[in-house]
Design a protein around this ligand. Structure first.
Ligand SMILES: Cc1ncc(COP(=O)(O)O)c(C=O)c1O
Length: 336
């Protein structure tokens, strides 16, 4: 063991249950993109299902197919496509698909079977959605394809920037406009817009479903409030070991940021030690009363002396997604 990750799946499940209570009557889609934010795609998706979640969000079709290969049959939504995306395989596997343009819609409709389509409206983020001026044409064509039996138009959706409440409120206004237009054309499906921050902060963004990623992994979606204040637990603990007098077995090649040099602290045997210099595969820390082989707590849940992932990320101005997804451990263990 040099760097170990321990994932408390029960904490993840409890978080999803808690979030479900916060957003009810909206439902929760558990987003498991990027290897479930570095926590492990299949174990985390299974845990979500055990927590009663019946809808998984995966970003790309390939990830959805991996879930299917692992025997997970719950609803699954993929929203980022490339020219190589295999819509045929997706439809066959029952993976629901986002469409942002008529071209994308036509390609999806050509796939054998009846695709379940979510039409994406751009509400200001300018990230891969249909602009409001093209929305009428997209919805009209989608409803024609539905009438022809080629697809089902199950939902309309958008992604909010989460940069400020006023930006998100403006985006919701555009989304409501898009919904009115779609309804007047005969759309009868459901709506989703919020990811973690809006789901917690803006009740009007919840609509029928919220897409939850990082908050279920214990990152607070509310500025100035700790995860624990929102009753969220942190599932990931990362540990390393003491290698010699002042050297521990984690470095930037494991995804422990070099910019943490001189800023981070680690916990060894109930005491905190400053990290002086993060090297490639090991880091130098203050000397102290510890010995080679001793366990080093690098980050983990609140309540340890060691920092949380969020506290570490705040030291260097980044977000926990970057730490979680970049962290390479020699061993990963799951506790239920
Ligand atoms: C479209 C979409 N929905 C939901 C999420 C989950 O966001 P969060 O991690 O803030 O909950 C993401 C994450 O990138 C996303 O791209």
């Amino acid at each position: 063991m040099t760097v170990s990750k321990e994932i408390n799946l029960n904490a993840y499940k409890e978080n999803l249950i808690k979030i479900g209570q916060v957003v009810s009557p909206a439902k929760v889609m558990a987003v498991v993109k990027a290897d479930a934010y570095g926590h492990g795609l299949v174990p985390v998706a299974r845990a979500a299902v055990e927590a009663g979640i019946d809808f998984l969000g995966v970003l790309d079709i390939e990830t959805g197919l991996r879930l299917r290969e692992s025997g997970i049959t719950e609803k699954c939504f993929a929203w980022l496509h490339s020219p190589q995306s295999d819509f045929g395989k997706a439809v066959l596997a029952g993976i629901e698909l986002s469409a942002s343009s008529i071209e994308e819609l036509e390609s999806i409709a050509k796939a054998p079977g009846r695709a379940q389509v979510h039409l994406k409206l751009d509400t200001g983020l300018s990230r891969n959605g249909c602009r409001i001026e093209n929305w009428h044409a997209l919805v009209s064509r989608a409803l024609e394809l539905k009438a022809l039996g080629e697809i089902d138009v199950v939902a309309i959706w958008t992604h909010l920037s989460g940069t400020s409440e006023s930006d998100d409120l403006k985006a919701i206004q555009i989304f409501n406009q898009g919904h009115e237009m779609a309804s007047s054309l005969g759309f009868t499906g459901y709506r989703h817009a919020a990811s973690s921050p809006a789901a917690f902060n803006l009740p009007e963004s919840r609509f029928d479903l919220v897409r939850i990623g990082v908050s279920a992994f214990g990152t607070s979606p509310v500025n100035g409030r700790l995860a624990s204040e929102l009753s969220l637990e942190i599932p990931m603990t990362v540990t390393a070991e003491v290698l010699s007098d002042d050297v521990i077995s984690i470095g930037f090649l494991h995804g422990y940021f070099s910019s943490l040099s001189g800023k981070a602290r680690v916990e060894i045997d109930g005491r905190l030690y400053k990290v002086l210099k993060v090297g490639p595969l090991a880091s130098k820390i203050e000397t102290g009363a510890f010995r080679p082989g001793d366990l080093v707590k690098v980050f983990g849940p609140e309540g340890l002396l060691a920092p949380t992932a969020e506290e570490l990320c705040n030291l260097v101005g980044t977000v926990t997604d970057e730490l979680f997804t970049g962290l390479k451990a020699n061993s990963v263990t799951y506790t239920a």
